[in-house]
Design a protein around this ligand. Structure first.
Ligand SMILES: Nc1ncnc2c1ncn2[C@@H]1O[C@H](COP(=O)(O)OP(=O)(O)O)[C@@H](O)[C@H]1O
Ligand SMILES: N[C@@H](CCOP(=O)(O)O)C(=O)O
Length: 705
């Protein structure tokens, strides 16, 4: 079940289901639950743990389920029911936690009561609890949804027990609610799904305080000026179509998301709201399409196609001016809505043990596979269809363009301790790119075209949203490298990993056409060959143990503004994914322009450059020839890291170093620049003195500026 955000000016009308899922795991016949009130024991994990009641008559989910059961002459849950709630949706922030809880509650009642309610009937019940249809309709049906409430007929209107409150603290309405609750009239809500352009993503800027939806509705007037009503109607009519058009039109969407019937009244509850909403436009922040309050607030929803981090960081800073801290999330529309699955292993004998009891959930694994299918399939390429679910990933070499047996090159690597930063930031949307980069960059330096990738994700207990975010980022990396994600492994190993931590590894396979040489061509290299460097964009994926030590020493939190880049937090800057150099380098390889390449990973320039050189040659490198990223300069200074150590730990600003013949250096530069690279001439090959150094660094005082 996804959380929804109502998009202005469609107040109480349009909602969007987002990729954050409230999950209920229900067991009937659970011995530990015997004697629980209403036969129901609740356990809870996730957001809101401290505040949410575990009393079945108080908890919104079970309270709603009891209401549904009582409407069907069932007074309580079946004996020994255990409901385990897993909630990743922040409560009271305008992200529809209550809407999702109500949908979950009605579905729970329907399932345990064996009522077999249709989705449309579930909506009727939901609307008895939460009277605005936008959140519940989107959570129930999934996607971008418009909805309306049918006018009740005079008989129904007369019924005192039909709820008047917006979010009811109890399924109530009359004195006898508990015994004889109001059964909803039939078909009171209608919905329709609108198209949503695939490139539009949702940034949720979530302040660290709550605004109860009921309070945010209390500040609204009971009637509106005609002009304000027309203002909103005009915009909503266009907006629902504009959000489905590809490419999206920022002007239409930005204008279409203006509102005069609720945001102006809610500014009293959200400090700085008007200024914050006005502080970004598509002109000041390219990629932004529109901005509004999410639900009843205080979360801000920004729709965008790119530059997510800059937009989010800007909005976080605006809130900061009001002394409000925020976290932000990049979310996608979710199209599944309410989903219910039955565990096939449910005939557990009394006292019998299950794999799930031991901490390994086959269901969660299956759900993960279902959720990542689309992202994985998007990496398909000739020769590999990237369909997961089989026992192994298939690659048809002829289909991939290799008619004669090629040389296969394989690489395997992990993300390393950069994962620690992702855990601290609870952001797994980029580390998969690092994982792919570490592998495919190793392949391409040998001249191989990456064809397939497989990832390994090992955790304690599978957190499906985190794992989905991770695999989606792996898929992103694969697309950038042009390889298909043909499989992977998710391992739940309680006892080996702790909390939300996991380890991630992966392996790539690439090919070199018959007749084409495997690089480096050590025998062909000679004194005077030129070294070209391609820029890194920061730390990439090595040296993070030292990075963390330096931050600790400087007492710098991951959420603090980065001292080297005021537009980012320390954590978000450090999570900048490793660059993938495959496409530009293959362009040069195909023209036979390169003699060798070194991917600058652990061990830095000092250890990696010699890996591509023959024993008798050394690399003379001019450290002043390329700019060092600010983050690396800061780390060097803050950690008082010597230049030698600097060049052995981090990439110093070069992600790739390439050897070319002097006569081909300009041509190679032109090809690489044509493929979008910046190229620096950083040195040359010289004769090595005996067992001397493989890298002779010159001008490294430049790093001490
Ligand atoms: N997973 C949940 N389990 C139980 N109660 C919940 C859950 N999610 C939300 N609620 C209830 O809904 C309230 C928040 O609803 P509301 O004010 O409408 O905010 P939101 O914008 O998050 O929907 C919470 O305080 C809590 O009582
Ligand atoms: N249309 C409602 C939506 C409330 O959403 P929530 O996520 O805050 O519960 C409103 O704007 O009041």
């Amino acid at each position: 079940m996804a959380t929804t955000s109502t998009i202005r000016p469609g107040f109480d009308v349009i909602g969007l289901a987002l990729s954050v899922w409230l999950e209920l795991k229900v067991t009937i016949g659970d011995e530990k639950s015997s004697g629980a009130p209403y036969n129901c024991r609740i356990t809870y994990e996730g957001l809101g743990k401290e505040g949410v009641s575990l009393d079945p008559n108080q908890n919104l989910i079970t309270q709603t389920a009891l209401y549904v059961l009582r409407c069907h002459e069932q007074r309580a849950f079946p004996s020994n029911t255990h409901v385990h709630i897993v909630n990743p949706i922040p409560l009271g922030r305008g992200l529809g936690s209550s809407g999702a809880a109500v949908v979950a509650g009605v579905a729970l009642g329907s399932e345990v009561g064996k009522l077999n309610l249709s989705k449309d009937r579930i909506l009727d019940f939901c609307l008895m609890i939460e009277r605005h249809p936008d959140n519940v309709a989107a959570a129930l049906y999934g996607g971008f949804v418009g909805s309306y409430l049918k006018e009740l007929n005079p008989e129904d209107l007369k019924r005192r027990e039909i709820p008047l409150a917006e979010v009811l603290p109890a399924p109530q309405g009359g004195e006898d609610t508990g015994l004889k609750p109001p059964v909803p009239p039939l078909n009171i809500g209608k919905h329709i799904r609108f198209p949503w352009a695939k490139e539009i993503k949702c940034l949720a800027i979530i302040p660290d305080f709550e605004v109860a939806t009921a309070d945010a509705r209390r500040v609204l007037p009971t009637s509106y000026e005609k002009a304000d009503t027309i203002y909103n109607l005009q915009r909503v009519a266009l907006l629902t179509t504009a959000l489905g058009q590809s490419p999206p039109n920022p002007e239409l969407i930005y204008d279409g998301m203006q509102d005069k019937i609720h945001q102006p009244y809610r500014k009293s509850l959200i400090p700085g709201l008007t200024e914050i909403l006005q502080s970004v436009t598509p002109a000041t922040h390219p990629g932004l399409l529109g901005i509004c309050l999410s639900g009843a607030g205080p979360t801000i929803l920004a729709l965008a196609t790119q530059n997510f981090e800059q937009i989010a960081d800007h909005l976080v800073q605006q809130f900061k001016k009001e002394n409000i801290s925020c976290e932000w999330k990049l979310l996608e529309p979710a199209y599944d809505g309410l989903t219910i699955s039955q565990e096939t292993t449910s005939q557990v004998p009394s006292g019998g043990m299950t794999y799930a009891d031991a901490g390994v959930s086959i269901d969660a694994g299956n759900e993960l596979v279902k959720s990542i299918k689309a992202a994985v399939a998007s990496t398909r390429r000739p020769g590999a269809d990237a369909e997961i679910g089989g026992f192994g990933g298939a690659l048809d070499l002829a289909g991939a363009g290799y008619q004669e047996a090629p040389t296969l090159i394989q690489a395997i690597d992990g993300v390393g301790t950069k994962l620690k930063i992702a855990f601290a930031m609870n952001d797994f949307s980029t580390v998969g790119i690092d994982l792919v980069a570490m592998n495919v960059n190793d392949l391409v330096v040998q001249g191989a075209e990456p064809l397939t990738f497989m990832d390994y994700y090992a955790c304690s207990t599978l957190n499906v949203p985190d794992a989905v975010s991770f695999v989606e980022s792996v898929a992103k990396g694969c697309k950038e490298a042009g390889c298909a994600l043909v499989g992977g492994e998710t391992a739940e190993m309680p006892g080996i990993y702790q909390g939300n931590e996991f380890d991630a590894g992966g392996a790539a396979t690439g090919a070199i056409k018959k007749g084409q040489k495997v690089l480096p061509l050590k025998d062909a290299m000679q004194e005077g060959d030129v070294l070209l460097g391609l820029p890194s964009n920061g730390v990439h994926s090595n040296g993070f143990s030292l990075v963390r030590k330096i931050l600790e020493k400087k007492d710098l939190d991951f959420t603090a503004p980065a001292p080297w880049d005021s537009t980012k937090t320390v954590g978000s800057s450090l999570l900048t994914p490793t660059r993938i150099y495959v496409k530009p380098l293959l362009a040069a390889v195909q023209q036979d322009l390169l003699l060798g390449m070194a991917h600058i990973t652990g061990g830095g320039l000092e250890d990696n450059i010699p890996r591509m050189l023959p024993k008798h040659l050394a690399a003379e490198v001019d450290a002043s020839a390329w700019p060092v990223p600010e983050v690396l300069m800061w780390l060097k200074k803050a950690g008082n890291v010597s230049s030698r150590e600097f060049a052995r730990t981090w990439n110093t600003g070069l992600g790739m170093v390439i050897v070319v013949r002097e006569a081909k250096a300009d041509e190679a530069t032109r090809v690489l620049e044509g493929a979008g690279e910046k190229v620096y001439r950083v040195g040359r090959l010289v004769k090595k003195e005996g067992e001397g150094e493989g890298v002779l660094l010159q001008q490294f005082e430049h790093w001490d500026r």
